[in-house]
Design a protein around this ligand. Structure first.
Ligand code: AMP
Ligand code: MG
Length: 504
């Protein structure tokens, strides 16, 4: 689909962005050309200066009136080729052949000083041909939530889209009530989704599937281009990155909340932060999303769902995977079969590091499972248990802190006895081991009660202080910083958040 929106030359500006828009050079049916819709009164809430510098953009220029106008969609920078991407997707298991960017516009791709290519996308920038009944806008709360959580994930070292800026629009959006509107500037290595492949596969457009696969290979899996079976190698690559990604999520207690195939990036980055949340007390059945009635996307279901989404990708790629149906199916099955072992290795390996085991020994899997079972049975806080284990690893004086997190402290005692026995097999000095553990077990996560409080202050009182403070806390999650203890503590009974909302 191609649709040329109203582009006035007056709205083009001169702020220097090194655009090179490879997606805009793909065939017309991959997108609809459309400029952002201007807003009444843009105001910068937050600019990610470090990210701007990493991208080779001038933070001062971005924070100038001209820059803010760009971040709000009121001006289009020179060299941009604004468009809304076409995609499809399985949402909660049901296929929608046409979704697409209904409230987002890709301004274009910039090439950073180190040669890395990034999409710059405005989210909440007005209607597109894919908006269906939506208004194309975003409310301030969800914009700030995505900003906070994506930046926290980046600080954990987990592949993710980033947030360059948030601006308020001076307009309201109608949801259940009228809410302040906002635009998020999102940075991603691309916005190619499993659902993008499904869009063309559902139309029987094998040529487009091939063009998209070649594009994805060039951007994300360049080694596949020279492989004997480039498309099989592409699928292998996506399977591996998704397996690693979901393991990383589980290792910090992250629940994406809307793992639809349109929210699954082929790059292996976490994308589309909606009703996402971090778990406090460990329980694999944890769900926060108000729209996830059947707990499809519960914490512990995420590996299985990632695999399910990859099966959908394999189906879309099938015509490219073999000379005939039988060989294509065999290739798809072999590629998908790698997911389970890859995920297990990343998950168990990550847990081993979380409990201070650098070497691999038989029985390590059972040891970490034993800890998780004791945590679940005793309502232990996921993040604090592992963080306090760092102290316990330095010496048994640290045991009391961990023990206190378990309803029945003896459950910890009996697990810790086995753990200490196993630690004797590790060469590192206790202090060195504790330091290594602190580098993988965050002290600070964006806890739901803190996130909700920060969003409420911003939305209800235009007070961005709590948002700024929380963002600062989650930006250095592995440090114990005096004065930030309130961000490390789980919610009290009256503070507990039971549901999170998409807010679209
Ligand atoms: P998401 O919940 O972000 O994964 O979005 C699912 C689909 O709904 C995507 O195609 C979005 O572009 C579209 N969508 C969500 N919110 C809006 C909105 N306010 N206006 C138009 N389209 C929307
Ligand atoms: Mg989405």
């Amino acid at each position: 689909m191609s649709d040329v929106g109203p582009t006035s030359d007056l709205r083009r500006t001169t702020l220097r962005c090194p655009f090179d828009n490879s997606y805009a050079r793909l065939p017309d049916r991959f997108y609809a050309r459309r400029d952002p819709t201007p807003v009444a009164e843009p105001r910068l809430v937050r600019l990610n200066v470090a990210l701007a510098e990493r991208l080779g953009l001038d933070p001062a220029a971005l924070a100038s009136p001209e820059g803010i106008a760009i971040l709000a969609g009121n001006r289009v920078p020179e060299g941009a080729a604004p468009l809304a991407l076409a995609y499809a997707g399985h949402q909660f298991g049901h296929f929608s052949p046409q979704l697409g960017d209904g409230r987002a516009i890709l301004l274009g791709e910039i090439v950073a000083p180190d040669g890395a290519r990034f999409d710059i996308q405005l989210k909440g920038s007005g209607p597109t041909p894919f908006s269906r009944n939506g208004d194309g806008r975003a409310a301030l709360g969800p914009v700030l939530r995505e900003y906070l959580i994506s930046e926290a994930m980046a600080a954990f070292g987990i592949p993710t889209t980033r947030s360059l800026a948030a601006v308020t629009t001076g307009e309201t959006v109608r949801r259940e009530t009228r809410l302040p509107g906002a635009v998020l500037t999102r940075i991603a290595t691309s916005h190619i989704r499993v659902g993008t492949f499904q869009y063309f596969a559902a139309r029987g457009d094998t040529e487009a599937v091939r063009v998209l696969a070649d594009h994805a290979i060039a951007r994300h899996y360049p080694d596949a281009a020279a492989a004997t079976q480039p498309y099989r190698t592409l699928l292998d690559g996506v399977v591996a990155r998704q397996a690693d990604l979901v393991a990383r999520w589980l290792l910090v207690g992250f629940i994406h909340g809307v793992m639809n195939t349109d929210n699954t990036a082929v790059s292996g980055e976490t994308i589309d932060y909606g009703p996402c949340a971090f778990m406090d007390a460990y329980d694999p059945a944890t769900v926060f999303s108000s729209i996830d009635d059947y707990s499809r996307y519960a914490y512990g279901n995420q590996p299985g769902i990632a695999h399910w989404n990859l099966v959908r990708l394999a189906e879309a790629l099938l015509p490219l995977l073999g000379a005939d149906e039988a060989s294509a199916l065999a290739a798809a099955e072999a590629a998908l079969g790698a997911f389970g072992p890859r995920f297990e290795a990343a998950w168990i390996g990550g847990l081993r590091h979380k409990i201070g085991l650098a070497n691999e020994r038989e029985g390590d899997g059972a040891l970490v499972q034993g800890l998780l079972e004791a945590m679940k049975a005793n309502g232990a806080d996921f993040t604090l248990t592992f963080r306090r284990l760092c102290e316990a690893a330095a010496g048994s004086a640290g045991d009391a802190g961990v023990r206190a997190l378990f309803a029945d402290g003896t459950a910890y005692d009996s697990w810790a006895a086995g753990w200490r026995h196993r630690l004797q097999d590790e060469p590192a000095e206790p202090a060195v081991r504790a330091a290594a553990m602190r580098a993988v077990n965050p002290a600070v996560i964006p806890r739901n009660h803190r996130v909700e409080a920060a969003l409420a202050a911003a939305v209800e009182h235009q007070d961005f202080g709590p948002f700024d403070a929380l963002l600062d806390a989650v930006s250095r999650p592995f440090e114990d910083r005096p004065g930030l203890e309130r961000y490390t503590e789980p919610p009290g009974p009256e503070e507990r958040v039971c549901q999170t909302f998409c807010g679209t």
